[in-house]
Design a protein around this ligand. Structure first.
Ligand code: KG4
Ligand code: ZN
Length: 338
């Protein structure tokens, strides 16, 4: 094994967080995330504003990431960036920056799939999961069960047919008048609520698929009905409503995940993506693993939501495999894994 330092600059710009990280031999030296506050007043991400904000932030964010890491640009070995999926304008800013940076320094380029990176966030901190490893990736745009046979050999064995788990949280929050992004607010309110106070349907999709559009509609009709009798229903019961909806989403996710883990006979399980920051999901997942004698892997909060460190760690494994991108690579809003 060579003792060469592999220093990777990683860029993540798929949605509304501008992030840069420096990873040295698989270890995170810095991980900067500049969250774009501009979207809050609109109750969701405005794509055009996101691209513009990325353009303003990318240079200073990269500068600080290098400074914090104590690595000069001349000590870099490669540049990694998010190629897909995401908002095309946002992806373009990160991709153009990464390509120009790599070309000017004559460095190889590593093109990374955002969903694969969420899974590989588990390989930032030790102990690393052992293979086969089953990961439930729950974000604002995706809900997937992923079987990993090695770092880069992954198979999506089930995914949502409609809304993602994060959307179910965000749309519930919107109906309750909570600010965007709603997931963290629902989580906070749910902590002092009764999860069994109200019941909502748990979807039953064949195989390892999920559906979250039903729970969203059920919450909408439920609130409309309750408000007919009591205009202050939401204000008076917000904690119990949040706890009950969160409970439904967690049950929907974990019932399928437990079943998949049993069928595939895996011992190492993990949760990833923005929704894996949810305190209720983290606790219920840990309980499920303890009950079955499985090893539970839960990333630090900073590696659950979008971050460049996960792009860097994925880039590192691609670098070790010699899997480099051509300078003609372009970002795409949607792409399959490989
Ligand atoms: O992975 P992520 O940062 O971005 C995407 O790739 O989509 O996930 C964002 C999603 C949002 O829907 C947000 O509401 C949700 O993750 N989220 C949470 C929590 N923190 C973030 N949902 C529930 N509870 C949380 N604590
Ligand atoms: Zn994400």
């Amino acid at each position: 094994m060579s003792d060469k330092q592999i220093n990777i600059l990683a860029i993540e710009s798929s949605c509304d967080d501008t992030s840069a990280a420096v990873i040295s031999n698989g270890k995170v030296l810095s991980n900067l995330v500049a969250t774009q506050k501009v979207h809050e007043q609109y109750g969701g991400v405005v794509p055009e504003m996101a691209s513009r904000a990325h353009m303003q932030k990318i240079v200073p964010v990269v500068d600080v990431a290098l400074k914090e890491a104590g690595i000069s640009k001349n000590e870099l070995t490669a540049v990694a960036f998010t190629q897909s999926p995401g908002l095309i304008g946002s992806l373009l800013v990160g991709a153009c920056f990464a390509k120009a940076y790599a070309q000017s320094l004559n460095l190889p380029l590593l093109s990374v799939h955002h969903m694969q990176a969420h899974v590989l966030a588990h390989f930032i901190d030790k102990p690393h999961p052992e293979f086969p490893f089953l990961c439930l990736t729950v974000s604002g745009g995706h809900t997937q069960i992923v079987l990993c046979r090695s770092h880069l050999d992954m198979e999506v064995i089930g995914e949502t047919q409609d809304d993602a788990a994060g959307e179910a949280f965000d749309k519930t929050a919107k109906m309750l008048g909570l600010p965007y992004p709603g997931g963290p607010m629902v989580d906070k309110m749910a902590q002092t609520g009764n999860p069994l106070k109200y019941s909502f349907p748990i979807s039953d999709i064949k195989g390892y698929g999920f559906s979250f559009s039903g729970v969203k509609t059920a919450v909408l009709y439920f609130l409309q009905e309750q408000k007919k009798n009591n205009a202050a229903f939401v204000e008076e019961n917000i904690n119990d409503i949040c706890a009950s909806v969160q409970h439904t989403i967690i049950q929907t996710l974990l019932q399928k995940f437990e079943h998949a883990a049993q069928e595939y006979g895996v011992q190492h399980l993990g949760i990833a993506g923005g929704v894996s920051a949810n305190s209720g999901l983290r606790a219920a997942f840990a309980d499920m693993c303890a009950k079955n004698g499985w090893q539970a892997h839960i990333p630090q909060f900073q590696y659950c939501t979008d971050n460049a460190a996960m792009i860097g760690i994925t880039g590192y494994y691609k670098y070790l495999r010699g899997d480099f991108a051509d300078m003609s690579v372009s970002p795409t809003a949607k792409a399959s894994w490989q």
